[in-house]
Ligand binder design. Structure first.
Ligand code: PRP
Ligand code: URA
Length: 210
């Protein structure tokens, strides 16, 4: 049985936004805008089976049954690059709480180096949406998701713009219980562990190289 359930959100508008993000001529502001729009599509698809609770409402015409999300997921952007997805996801899931995980990949070893985690102590019974535009080697997401499972979480959904086959394989081998929603599974990683064809460094493309 596969631990990772993969959904590729393959839609003409998603392809168009992703192409804008891939294009090296796209400036920081246009990149951020395209990522926000792509995030809407990823959140929409990933939210499809959230449970709803009924509540009575009154329209200008009559009484009827309305719905609200019964248990909005905790949203966890992985800093820095996941920040560009956070506001959009929160706008679509306004009742959600948000946690934060800060990771920077060491560009020599390709291992994630953790610099912050702000998460509830217990995640027992809670669903979590993890936001990170890039799944490359998978090291960062394995680290982040392990922080979640260490707190008792058993229901993790990862939303990323791009995934590499190597990263998906790494998630699979981790045995973590995950769903992954991505707009594309690209070809491979290069010798610098960058996704090919990819879009470059998603943090730098949004915020500039610091
Ligand atoms: C990027 C990206 C992921 C990670 C993916 O972040 O946002 O978190 O790399 O690589 P991996 O799958 O090989 O671990 P980075 O570490 O460059 O930090 P940043 O978001 O601050 O730019
Ligand atoms: N992180 C990025 O931002 N881009 C890649 O291609 C790989 C890791």
């Amino acid at each position: 049985m596969c631990a990772v359930q993969l959904t590729v959100v393959d839609h003409p508008i998603a392809r168009a936004r992703l192409s804008r993000m891939r294009d090296e001529r796209t400036d920081n502001a246009a990149f951020r805008a395209a990522l926000r729009e792509l995030t809407q599509m990823l959140v929409y698809e990933a939210s499809r089976d959230l449970s709803v609770a009924e509540e009575p409402i009154t329209t200008p015409v009559t009484d009827t049954t309305g719905y609200r999300l019964a248990a909005p997921p905790l949203i966890v952007p992985v800093l820095r690059a996941g920040l560009g997805m956070a506001d959009t996801a929160h706008g679509m899931l306004p009742e959600s709480q948000m946690g934060f995980v800060g990771l920077a990949r060491n560009e020599v070893t390709f291992q994630p180096e953790a610099y912050m985690a702000s998460l509830p102590e217990s995640l027992v019974g809670r669903q979590v949406f993890v936001l990170d535009p890039m799944l490359a080697t998978g090291g960062s997401l394995v680290h982040c998701c392990t922080l979640l499972t260490d707190r008792g979480c058993t229901d993790i959904t990862v939303l990323c713009a791009l995934a590499a086959p190597e990263g998906l394989q790494r998630l699979e081998e981790s045995g973590l219980p995950l769903r992954v929603f991505t707009a594309s599974v690209d070809e491979r990683l290069n010798e610098n562990a960058y996704i090919v064809p990819g879009l470059g460094d998603a943090g730098d493309r949004q915020f500039g190289a610091v």
